[in-house]
Design a protein around this ligand. Structure first.
Ligand SMILES: Cc1cc2nc3c(=O)[nH]c(=O)nc-3n(C[C@H](O)[C@H](O)[C@H](O)COP(=O)(O)OP(=O)(O)OC[C@H]3O[C@@H](n4cnc5c(N)ncnc54)[C@H](O)[C@@H]3O)c2cc1C
Length: 461
């Protein structure tokens, strides 16, 4: 039997023994069936039952609840959307961008409300986000993000801080300034996803674990196909498998699995915390293209996440990529570069997982009443609170409701497919390499590489 606690510190400490629930044994009929027991699938299923307790809703999961990104992430429950405010403004206009940003704020609060209402001890802590400029070259990025938030009328929740204020909050090397964003929390991802599953079951929902969906059909007889039988759904099938959806032939090019990896320190001593500061437990990031995200955990460890594990031809997903030794070693090095006072600290955990990147960077949430197929996916690295929003939208769309949520720019939209291989591999490996070179040049105070503008244009979102 698989030891699921090995997949992340969060699953290991979820307060649950992770024994799989029974698998599907034979074909069944329900009202709505969901593929995937991560946040997207569970939020959708939860809100469906909350709105209509008489519905029969089932979730089918290949492994166990929280096996995917939902049980492995960095713990940021943030109002940050996968697409930057500037890009949202350009694509949808100021009014729509602002409404979406406010809906993201509300999703952070909604996660807290549900945790309180359902007694889920997800260690919700609203400490905000501090995005650090580590070098002068990062300052224009902070200024441009701040200006975009101001244009959307959100200046009251963002503040540009000078180096002294940033350093007072947290002692990180080479900090020249920061952007503070108040409407963000950190959570224990494993407790959230496992608790959400229990809340869904308390309302009468059923979860089949260790049951792989091998195909799906929409139309007059919508259903999920598994080796043990079919799950027929009267109203809708919901495809909520994020990056793992690429394993289904029909969705192979729907998103791009990009690996994000994490290392975790041992719990730090009070003396070490005294040196570091970070008393408000803000989520921390830099402006690097290779992405750095940090969380001070409730039990006093530093979680440091970053990208770097190379994209594999054919969108391959495997356990071996979660443990890409070179990337984990680089992240450990980064911990010491950011916090030199931690020389000699022990790293107790290392894991990772794929995030699903859509071709146009924008998550999609869609229900087609003709095919009865619903899906939400493509959060890149910003899915903890975004899935709460998409779950609420999908539930509304499936139930035929029309509210402000289903009018948001992420509702009823479809992202284009990624290019075929080997073009996909060539382009993604080029971008991964270019982002490393741009960050490295910035760190060394050198001019950007000659192809930087091209890479930045391609990666603009
Ligand atoms: C390392 C890492 C760090 C991250 N950090 C953050 C963060 O700090 N903040 C943030 O907002 N976001 C973060 N993210 C992204 C966020 O975790 C995800 O966007 C979010 O969890 C997606 O939820 P989901 O339910 O759509 O997908 P998942 O959680 O991946 O769930 C999909 C589920 O579907 C199941 N499944 C797939 N295919 C099948 C099939 N054929 N049959 C049956 N079951 C199937 C999978 O086993 C899986 O359990 C991070 C992601 C990773 C990997």
């Amino acid at each position: 039997m698989t030891d699921y606690s090995k997949y992340s510190f969060w699953l290991e400490t979820s307060g649950d023994d992770l024994t799989p629930r029974p698998a599907l044994q034979h074909s069944v009929d329900v009202d709505v069936v969901v593929l995937g027991a991560g946040y997207t699938g569970l939020w959708t299923a939860y809100y469906l039952l909350k709105a209509n307790p008489d519905l029969k809703v089932a979730v089918v999961e290949k492994e166990i609840v929280g096996f995917g990104a939902s049980g492995r992430n960095g713990g940021w429950c943030s109002s940050k959307f996968p697409v930057t405010p500037g890009m949202l403004e350009r694509r949808y206009g100021q009014a729509a961008a602002r409404v979406l940003m406010l809906a993201m704020n509300d999703s952070v609060d909604e996660v807290e409300r549900v945790c309180a209402g359902e007694s889920i001890d997800a260690q919700f802590h609203k400490g905000g986000i501090l995005t650090l400029a580590r070098g002068e070259h990062h300052l224009p990025m902070l200024r441009s993000a701040f200006d975009a938030y101001c244009r959307l009328g959100l200046s009251q929740q963002y503040r540009l801080c000078g180096a002294p204020e940033a350093q007072e909050r947290v002692r990180v090397t080479n900090v020249c300034g920061a952007l503070y964003a108040s409407e963000n929390a950190s959570i224990h991802p494993g407790r959230l996803v496992r608790g959400l599953a229990q809340a869904f079951e308390k309302r009468g929902g059923v979860i089949y674990e260790r049951t792989e969906v091998t195909n799906f059909e929409g139309g007059s007889s919508p259903r999920l196909l598994t080796p043990a039988g079919e799950v027929h759904a009267r109203h809708a099938i919901v495809l909520a498998g994020e990056s793992y959806l690429t394993r289904l032939a029909k969705l192979h090019r729907a998103v791009l699995p990009v690996y994000s990896l994490i290392t975790l320190t041992e719990p730090l001593t009070p003396a070490q915390w005294e040196q570091i500061g970070w008393q408000n437990r803000e989520s921390l990031a830099s402006c690097n293209y290779t992405v750095d995200y940090l969380t001070r955990t409730a039990d006093g460890r530093i979680l440091f996440g970053s990208r770097g594990a190379p994209y594999r031809l054919g969108s391959k997903i495997s356990d071996e990529q979660d443990r890409h030794a070179e990337t984990h070693a680089r992240i450990q090095q980064l911990v010491l570069e950011w916090f030199p006072m931690l020389k000699g600290v022990k790293f107790t955990h290392a894991w990772g997982g794929p995030v699903g990147m859509p071709r146009d960077w924008m998550p999609m949430t869609e229900f087609n009443p003709a095919t009865k197929i619903a899906t939400a996916r493509g959060y890149t690295g910003q899915g903890v609170s975004t899935t709460n929003l998409t779950g609420r939208i999908l539930a509304e769309l499936i139930l035929g409701k029309r509210t402000t949520f289903s009018q948001l720019p992420i509702a009823q939209r479809y992202s284009p497919a990624w290019e075929r291989e080997p073009l996909r591999w060539l382009a993604v490996r080029y971008m991964q390499n270019a982002f490393f070179r741009i960050d490295d040049a910035g760190k060394r105070g050198k001019p950007k590489p000659v192809d930087a503008a091209f890479a930045e244009f391609l990666g603009r979102h």
